[in-house]
Structures are given as structure tokens and as C-alpha cells.
Design a protein around this ligand. Structure first.
Ligand SMILES: Nc1nc2c(c(=O)[nH]1)N[C@H]1C(S)=C(S)[C@@H](COP(=O)(O)O)O[C@H]1N2
Ligand SMILES: [Mo]
Length: 316
């Protein structure tokens, strides 16, 4: 089969840029030099229009998607979020999850444990927009528009101690609003983790917005994490707690089926999952099938993290 992937520069601007950002960009013509690839990260830009939109952040063009952006509707209505049920159609049900007030606790091996209010986080963090490839281990993928900030910026607030080796992410366990929690044989709360080195990488991203709006609950609003070079199950949603630890956490999926889901879970087309070949992926919206890329195409940013770890189970 001869599949050709269009390069980033071949994608029409209207496909690679959602409307809200095009409008915003026009209002920022003076700052256009900052939008060039490789230029210094542009931050703190004023949103366009009368109603200030806290999610209208400048796009960081360092991470080129090299394929068309998935329609917002597809990206926000086809979800994995077991707290609401095991099928993909939970987006309406998830609207029940109150997004305010919302507190994120950062604790464990830190100098200053913090209880942070979501709006305080959004005000204090250097927001930027990234268009990122997202790959689920089940073989579907999308290219979504996220607003957020580097995970390292958030961790700085709590000052991890030198003993901290892992970062553990826990999803809120809201029994009243998450019907999936009644399935008591699952190990709630949803837990995931990464190493402190991975957390320090520029690609480890905390998401508070999508497509220029607050991140919807079904996608992990009001705050979730994404590691775009790893399979989607590593991206903990609707976070209530971040804990710094010297112990490697056993994640939700590892507890359920350790033979199928490991700790590192980096995307690799050559290492099949027991139930799914990882060679290709189906793009949400178009159903086009494209080759999967090692580290989901982000090897230039993250491959160094794994040097010396070749004997670990680095792939799902
Ligand atoms: N709390 C929680 N986080 C979760 C999941 C989940 O079931 N619960 N599913 C994961 C999986 S398997 C994937 S593929 C992504 C899906 O994110 P999306 O719905 O924003 O595409 O969320 C991940 N984060
Ligand atoms: Mo997934």
C-alpha cells in the first residue's frame, strides 16, 4: 500500500487553523513575526473582540501537526472516559461533571504542597495553543487544538524535592456525577504517572482548553494532561491530584491488565498490542488510515529521554 502523508506546508491554512484563532491572529498582525516556526514562544497576547476569552492563546508552532486538524465536533464527541461508561458516546453524560469550583492538589515530595483553584491556575500559567497528534492504543487518532501550558511550569509552583522521581496523576472520583464509578471492580480513581524527567520535557502539556474554548468535561475538563508521544491512556483527565513520589505508580490500566498496558507506553508502529496492530491508525472524522509514527512523530523532542532504558518495556 502506498500511503502519502501531506507535509505541514501542504495543508491549507483553513484546515490547520480553527476560526477563533484566525480571527485572533488578524488582531495580532503586529506580532506576526512571532508566529514563525522556531521563533521564540509568543505569550500573553490579548484576545480579540469585546468579550475576553481566556483560552485565546497564541499558537506555539514548534510542534507541527503535518496533517489536517480534526473537526472540533469529532474530537469532542468520540471519547474514552470510563468514569462515564465504557463506550465512546459519553460526551452528553459528562456535561454533569461540575467544572467549578475545581481544586487541584499538588503534594507528596514537594517543598510547598498546594491547593490550587482552576481559575488561579489559568491566570498564573503561561497559556499557549498547540495542535497535537493524539493516538489511542485502540488504533484511532486525531489532531486536536489544545490550550494549556508545560507541565513543568505547574510543578515549579510546588517545588519538587530532589527525592521525587515520579509524578502521579489522579482523576476526580465524583460518585454523584460519574456513573462508571459504580463498577466497583475497576481500580478508581483513575491513576497515571510519568517520570520526573518526562514531566520536565517541553512536550508534557497540561490542557485547560480545546479549540479556543475551555476544555469540555468529556475531554478531561477543566484540567488534564497530555503526553503526545505516548498512547492516550497515559493522559489523565479531570485531575484532582498530582503527587510527587519516589515510587513508580501502578496505573489504572496496568492494574486491570498488566500484560497489555505498561508504564512507558510510547507509541511504536512496530510493537503490536496483543489485540491491536499498531502499524496504522484511523483518523477521527475522515476515517482515513495513515501509518503510525514512532513516538507519534515526536521523536526529535523526546527520544533522548529513553537512552539507557532500552531494556525497559518502553512501548505499550
Ligand atoms: N480519567 C480518565 N482519563 C482517561 C481515560 C479514562 O477512561 N479515564 N481514558 C484514556 C484514554 S484510553 C484515552 S485514548 C484518552 C482519550 O482522550 P480524549 O477523549 O480527549 O480523546 O483519555 C485517557 N484518559
Ligand atoms: Mo485510549
Amino acid at each position: 500500500m502506498n500511503i502519502r502523508i501531506p507535509r505541514g506546508w501542504e495543508i491549507p491554512e483553513r484546515l490547520a487553523t480553527p476560526e477563533s484563532v484566525v480571527l485572533n491572529r488578524r488582531a495580532l498582525m503586529g506580532a506576526s513575526a512571532m508566529l514563525l516556526p522556531g521563533a521564540a514562544l509568543a505569550q500573553g497576547a490579548a484576545p480579540a473582540g469585546d468579550a475576553p476569552n481566556p483560552m485565546a492563546a497564541m499558537r506555539n508552532t514548534r510542534f507541527r501537526p503535518d496533517r489536517a486538524v480534526t473537526a472540533e465536533r469529532e474530537a469532542t464527541t468520540y471519547n474514552n472516559f470510563y468514569e462515564f461508561g465504557t463506550d465512546k458516546g459519553i460526551s452528553r453524560l459528562a456535561q454533569r461533571l461540575p467544572q467549578r469550583p475545581w481544586t487541584l492538589r499538588i503534594g507528596g515530595m514537594v517543598g510547598t504542597a498546594q491547593d490550587l483553584d482552576i481559575d488561579d491556575i489559568i491566570r498564573r500559567m503561561p497559556l499557549e495553543e498547540r495542535v497535537l497528534r493524539m493516538r489511542c492504543v485502540e488504533g484511532w487518532a486525531m489532531t486536536a487544538v489544545y490550550t494549556g501550558f508545560p507541565l513543568s511550569e505547574l510543578l515549579k509552583l510546588a517545588a519538587p524535592t530532589s527525592a521525587a522521581k515520579y509524578v502521579v496523576f489522579e482523576t476526580a472520583a465524583d460518585r454523584a456525577n460519574m456513573p462508571g464509578l459504580r463498577q466497583s471492580w475497576y481500580p478508581w480513581p483513575y491513576k497515571e504517572g510519568c517520570t520526573i524527567e518526562e514531566a520536565a520535557n517541553e512536550m508534557a502539556f497540561v490542557v485547560v482548553g480545546m479549540y479556543g474554548k475551555p476544555c469540555p468535561p468529556q475531554n478531561g475538563g477543566p484540567i488534564r494532561v497530555v503526553f503526545p508521544w505516548k498512547y492516550g491512556f497515559k493522559h489523565g483527565k479531570s485531575l484532582a491530584r498530582i503527587t510527587l513520589s519516589d515510587q513508580r505508580p501502578v496505573s489504572y490500566w496496568e492494574q486491570i491488565q498488566g500484560s497489555e498496558y505498561g508504564f512507558w507506553a510510547n507509541v511504536n508502529p512496530e510493537v503490536p498490542h496483543p489485540r491491536w496492530s499498531q502499524a496504522t491508525e484511523r483518523l477521527l472524522g475522515t476515517n482515513e488510515r495513515v501509518p503510525t509514527r514512532i513516538f507519534n512523530g515526536y521523536g526529535e523532542f523526546v527520544a533522548d529521554l529513553y537512552r539507557g532504558l532500552e531494556r525497559e518495556r518502553l512501548w505499550a
